[in-house]
Design a protein around this ligand. Structure first.
Ligand code: ME8
Length: 536
């Protein structure tokens, strides 16, 4: 563990997000299109954001976690038409599968924003007016290619095979219409400066490099931010033939979601505490919108840029981005039915490196659940509970050799746990954070083997036995706190099983670096294995 920490310090902690130390923490996910039901890609961003939100609440930070749905635009309108529903009927129906899935995955969002929410629509129009009045929005006309699936305009030079979208490979459509434009170009020099000064962080570094080269290439143009060809959108104020372009509308959810309003007197108090956002999680497909257009909009509004935008990789099937139209459907609900919400959350964040693509297979998932959850964690708790029952009637004994054994020395050392979690999660290195926690789980299992409580019992070495059993129970207490942001249900189950009072969610995170909080005489219950082995 110490090695992980030393590595982090040496190579990564030149930059640490300020959020981990300040008392307000604002994290967002993309808002998802409701043309279809959620898939494992959507859940990937959302579970990651939930881990950060839960962790920050444990750190005592005043946390706001925003997620929601992107409901306007041509793609959603067409999905509605295909079902012979109005767009509003369709979106009202489609919000449910998202909310239901987030409930099943224990996503602890503070607000679920819909871009059809009245306060959002009103704020989008007010911002449109403000930027128009200050000369950052002007009327023009657009003629060119548009991909409805990506809701994106593309120059001909970027198309594949002459007529295919470079992102989703679908055929693009020719669009010719009057549009309003937003002056992105005007803000690019300022944006570049902020990126280079480290005041606006795009992670991983490779994504930041991409954004910098794109700006430096000089190829970026002002963006069209209204459409006349469609009706399903926020109307442009004073020009009802136009609706606001779905991306301009959608990006602003990050402000309306916390009560921002350009007319200060309408602003809700939440805004000032939470902005700038600490972490905005996105997939790498929407980098340009979030790292060029969005910051330009914020600069135009005179607002600070988010502290960090993290673009994670794609989950792939057969090395291709998961896509329903190609028949690559994995319903997260099926996986939760089979393996449970915590195993789901654990698998996706421990198996894949967050900034890179990762190939999904159910076999890998089963293997991981069996080895890390059933064997390592499940057995640790199960064996300890059984020995506690057998040797102490399920009552945690007092530690005789007050925490001087090597394991206690190791696990209570803040660098091994508290600091390692702050450092890894500060960089959104979920996988490394879990590896570091599982280091402890495995050390505790080894400690059982090495100290052989059954032999101590046989030889009548009662004091040593009590120390070993206390160490195991207190070690498990610390582990349940560490796993809480990732696996909230399991952490609470363990918390109750070992006899800790209240909720693990309310336990201050720094208690992972304290030894001796589990009171002797607590009842450590025997229970069913936490994760039964999956037989295939
Ligand atoms: O783009 N692997 O919505 P969207 C990993 N509404 N993550 C994936 C993924 C995959 N295969 N597929 C999707 C939109 N995602 C806009 C966003 S924000 C102001 C507007 C995740 O429904 C990833 O986070 O297409 C990606 O950025 C997001 O879902 C896009 O979801």
């Amino acid at each position: 563990m110490y090695i992980i920490y030393a590595f982090l310090h040496r190579y990564c902690l030149g930059y640490t997000i300020k959020s981990m130390a300040k008392d307000a923490f604002y994290v967002t996910t993309p808002i998802y299109y409701v043309n279809d039901v959620p898939h494992i890609g959507h859940a990937y961003s959302t579970v990651a954001a939930d881990v950060l939100a839960r962790f920050n609440r444990c750190l005592g930070n005043n946390t706001f976690f925003l997620t929601g749905t992107d409901e306007h635009g041509q793609k959603v309108a067409r999905a509605a038409a295909a079902k012979e529903l109005t767009p509003k009927q369709h979106t009202d129906q489609m919000v449910k599968p998202f909310k239901d899935l987030w409930k099943r995955l224990n996503i602890s969002y503070d607000r679920f924003i819909r871009t059809t929410d009245k306060d959002h629509e009103e704020m989008v129009q007010a911002i449109f007016n403000k930027l128009k009045e200050q000369g950052d929005i002007y009327a023009g006309h657009y003629e060119g290619w548009y991909c409805v699936h990506e809701e994106t305009f593309y120059p001909e030079s970027q198309l594949e095979d002459g007529n295919k979208c470079p992102e989703c490979k679908r055929e693009v459509e020719w669009v010719k219409e009057e549009n309003y434009y937003f002056k992105v170009k005007k803000y690019l020099p300022g944006l570049l400066k902020l990126i280079k000064a480290g005041d606006f962080n795009i992670l991983p570094q490779t994504r930041q490099n991409e954004v910098v080269s794109l700006i430096e290439s000089g190829s970026l143009e002002d963006v069209s931010i209204s459409r006349t060809g469609i009706k399903w959108g926020v109307p442009v104020p004073g020009d009802p033939e136009h609706v606001i372009y779905v991306w301009f509308d959608a990006l602003l959810n990050y402000l309306s979601g916390i009560g921002y309003h350009p007319n200060n007197n309408k602003q809700k108090p939440t805004f000032n505490g939470y902005w700038p956002a600490d972490v905005q999680i996105i997939g790498k497909d929407i980098l340009k919108f979030h790292c060029i257009i969005w910051p330009a909009m914020l600069l135009a509004l005179g607002l600070e840029l988010p502290e960090m935008i993290f673009a994670h990789g794609f989950l792939t099937l057969g090395q291709e981005k998961i896509s329903k139209s190609k028949g690559m459907v994995i319903n997260p609900n099926d996986l939760i039915d089979k393996y449970g919400a915590d195993a789901y959350r654990y698998f996706f964040l421990s198996e894949f490196t967050f900034g890179l693509d990762g190939e999904y297979t159910e076999e890998t998932m089963i293997k991981k659940i069996n080895s890390d959850l059933a064997n390592d964690l499940g057995n640790l708790v199960h064996r300890t509970a059984n020995m506690m029952q057998k040797y102490f009637d399920g009552v945690v004994p007092a530690e005789i050799k007050n925490g001087d054994n090597w394991f206690a020395m190791h696990i209570k050392h803040p660098e091994n746990n508290a600091e390692a979690m702050k450092a890894t999660l500060g960089q959104l290195w979920f996988r490394l954070a879990l590896e570091s926690i599982w280091g402890n789980v495995r050390i505790l299992n080894k400690y059982i083997e090495d100290s052989a409580p059954w032999a101590l019992k046989k030889e009548g070495r009662e004091e040593e036995l009590a120390t070993v059993m206390y160490t195991l129970a207190e070690g498990i207490r610390i582990i349940s706190q560490l796993i809480y942001p990732f696996m909230p249900e399991t952490a609470q189950k363990i918390w109750e099983q070992i006899g800790m009072p209240g909720n693990v969610a309310d336990e201050p995170f720094d208690n992972v670096a304290k030894w001796g909080l589990l009171k002797p005489d607590s009842t450590f219950k025997v229970s069913e294995p936490l994760f039964p082995r999956i037989e295939v």
